[in-house]
Design a protein around this ligand. Structure first.
Ligand SMILES: Nc1ncnc2c1ncn2[C@@H]1O[C@H](COP(=O)(O)OP(=O)(O)O)[C@@H](O)[C@H]1O
Ligand SMILES: [Mg+2]
Ligand SMILES: [Zn+2]
Length: 367
């Protein structure tokens, strides 16, 4: 049987160029190599699954590459690159602080740091999840970081910058990794789907990307999960039922009912949503986002803030022309109040119904 490799591993970028959505970071790192302005310590921070470990590895590999491309990318062919890709590099060391966080682990590492590299100019130490180091380990490490040997470069990575003591922060060049934009995640997923001969509707990718909340790793795991569930032909419907996402369509429909001041219709639609197993809070926060999306679609200047594409974008544009600003602002206020009161409410269903009724009456006052 063919070995299944999860997409997040199979599609780990191995050049700067293939890293998605972190262009300012990758270009700064490249420039540092190009201008031989390497610092002794780097700290990569940011949410999980956005490319910190990946970039640490690419950076380390590129620093040691013996045959850099003109574009400052690792060649992936020289002895150093091959050794690294085969996990047998003597110059690049990785320590996962999540599982090696004792002071002895750090002492082992700092002992190693003193030894100059056999080949190449630098020994590079990647310490992943560095916030997991024990206090004693941090202190032991600090000494090395204060006076690192000339050949040593440290790349620290963490999701929890606030847990890193200031004395360490002040010795590192810090890079803050961003959550990856929905559009960037979608197009990367599209590329993965094509390479895996999976056909998938673009709206389906959009939903996956939204659900991943900026983390590429999560997006790829969700993608795998849906492929194993639905096979090589993925539709929007598959994805929303698999991920328990409320169809956009409900929101477009309920706004139409609001505009028609159809209180009964909107209450029935809310009921239908509850019947599908969604809770009221899910609905009301989704409704707020929907109003926000309609609002930004009103103006060509702000429509770029809309993180969906294709057909759905067109639907937003159409609905936006039918909603005036007063209605949208009023509706947003009502939905937002409902959201804030939801947790404390004793009768949650009634609370949402009341909000629904109020929104459905907004345009009535004018007529
Ligand atoms: N910016 C990105 N571009 C492309 N793929 C990414 C990116 N960030 C994460 N990934 C995917 O997610 C996986 C995990 O990324 P990783 O670098 O370990 O994340 P982090 O260290 O930030 O938690 C990678 O193997 C890759 O498949
Ligand atoms: Mg990581
Ligand atoms: Zn190389």
């Amino acid at each position: 049987m063919e070995n299944f490799i999860v997409s997040a591993r199979k599609y780990r970028p191995d050049t700067f160029q293939t890293v998605v959505g972190q262009a300012s970071i990758t270009s700064t790192l490249k420039n540092a190599i190009k201008n031989s302005q390497l610092a002794h310590a780097y700290l990569f921070c940011g949410p999980r699954g956005v490319g910190k470990t990946t970039c640490a590895r690419i950076f380390a590999k590129t620093i040691n590459c013996q045959n850099l491309t003109a574009d400052i990318e690792p060649c992936n062919e020289c002895e150093s690159c091959l050794a690294f890709n085969g996990s047998r590099s003597y110059n690049i060391h990785e320590l996962d602080a999540a599982s090696n966080n004792s002071v002895d682990d750090i002492r082992n590492l700092t002992d190693q740091v003193r030894i100059p590299p056999q080949i190449g100019h630098y020994s590079i130490y990647i310490i992943d999840e560095v916030h997991m180091l024990s206090q004693a380990a941090f202190n032991a490490f600090l000494k090395t970081l204060e006076e690192p040997p000339r050949h040593a470069i440290f790349i620290l990575a963490t999701t929890e910058k606030h847990k890193i003591i200031p004395t360490i922060l002040s010795r590192c060049q810090i890079f803050d990794f961003n959550r990856i934009k929905i559009g960037d995640i979608s197009s990367h997923l599209k590329h993965v789907a094509t390479s895996e001969s999976v056909s998938v509707e673009s709206e389906a990718l959009n939903v996956i990307a939204q659900k991943a909340d900026g983390a590429m790793r999560d997006a790829l795991s969700i993608f795998d999960q849906i492929v194993s569930f639905s096979g090589r032909n993925i539709t929007y419907k598959d994805v929303i039922s698999n991920l328990n996402v409320l169809d956009y369509d409900y929101y477009f429909r309920i706004v139409d009912l609001f505009l028609a001041n159809d209180i009964s219709g909107s209450l029935l639609l809310f009921n239908e949503i509850l019947d599908h197993g969604f809770d009221g809070h899910h609905f009301i926060t989704g409704l707020s986002s929907h109003f926000r999306d309609v609002m930004v679609s009103k103006d060509p200047v702000t429509i770029q803030l809309l993180e969906v594409g294709g057909e759905i974008r067109e639907k937003y544009k159409v609905q936006a022309t039918r909603c005036d600003n007063d209605f949208l602002i009023g509706a947003l206020q009502i939905a937002n109040e409902c959201d804030l009161q939801y947790k404390a409410s004793q009768n949650k269903r009634l609370l949402v119904e009341l909000a629904t009724i109020k929104i459905a009456q907004l345009t009535l006052k004018k007529k």
